[in-house]
Ligand binder design. Structure first.
Ligand code: IMP
Ligand code: MG
Length: 193
């Protein structure tokens, strides 16, 4: 799989060092709060697992699944998501939202690209009446976004390139690489592989 990468951007020690800083900041900011972390799967899986183990606060974890790329290298703009809520509040909408009424919600995602996913997820969670909502992303691409999303916590800013590894996939591959790298452009263009 390493051969499919143009270059490595962040190796494991670099990622872990950055997570130490992020976790310290989050632990300090949420000290007397009722924190619910919302993990946007599958891309954020490694990030969430490594970050949360560095946050020594009582917290709840909810997961939601999102698909927006549908196996392509560019977002379709259509965001399909479902919560695996442990305690659905119903709310009358089509999506069972986790019960976050009066809680401090922190959304964790792998990468901010067009902004569609996080904008939709944030809007949905706002209807569940939390006390606060913030967003934490591991990576943010420097680009013009279709939807503006404020990131309260950010791991790394990157160029507008397609990256894989450490949870991030291309057609469900490369998630298990322990580092993050740029996928070779010709692989993005190969049809149906
Ligand atoms: P957005 O809705 O365009 O902001 O895209 C968000 C989602 O698309 C992320 O949570 C990722 O799952 C996926 N995505 C965006 N850019 C990349 C990338 O460079 N590599 C892998 N997945 C990506
Ligand atoms: Mg994702």
């Amino acid at each position: 799989m390493r051969g499919d990468l143009e270059r490595v951007l962040f190796d494991q020690p670099a990622i872990h060092r950055r997570l130490d800083d992020l976790a310290a900041q989050i632990s300090n900011d949420y000290r007397d709060c009722d924190l619910t972390v919302i993990a946007v799967l599958h891309g954020s899986l490694m990030f969430v697992a490594d970050l949360l183990r560095r946050i020594p606060l009582p917290l709840k974890l909810e997961c939601l699944s999102v698909a927006s790329y549908h196996g392509k290298a560019h977002t379709s703009g259509e965001v399909i998501f479902k919560f695996a809520a442990t305690s659905p509040s119903g709310g009358g909408g089509q999506i069972p939202l986790p019960d976050v009424v009066g809680r401090d919600v922190l959304i964790l995602d792998d990468v901010l690209d067009s902004g569609h996913t996080l904008a939709v997820v944030r809007e949905a969670l706002e209807t569940a009446k939390p006390r606060s909502i913030r967003v934490c992303v591991l990576l943010s691409k420097k680009k013009q976004r279709a939807r503006e999303v404020v990131t309260d916590y950010l791991g790394f800013e990157i160029e507008d390139e397609f990256v894989v590894g450490y949870g991030l996939d291309f057609k469900e591959r490369y998630r298990n690489l322990p580092y993050i790298g740029v996928l070779r452009k010709e692989l993005l263009e190969q049809p149906g592989k």
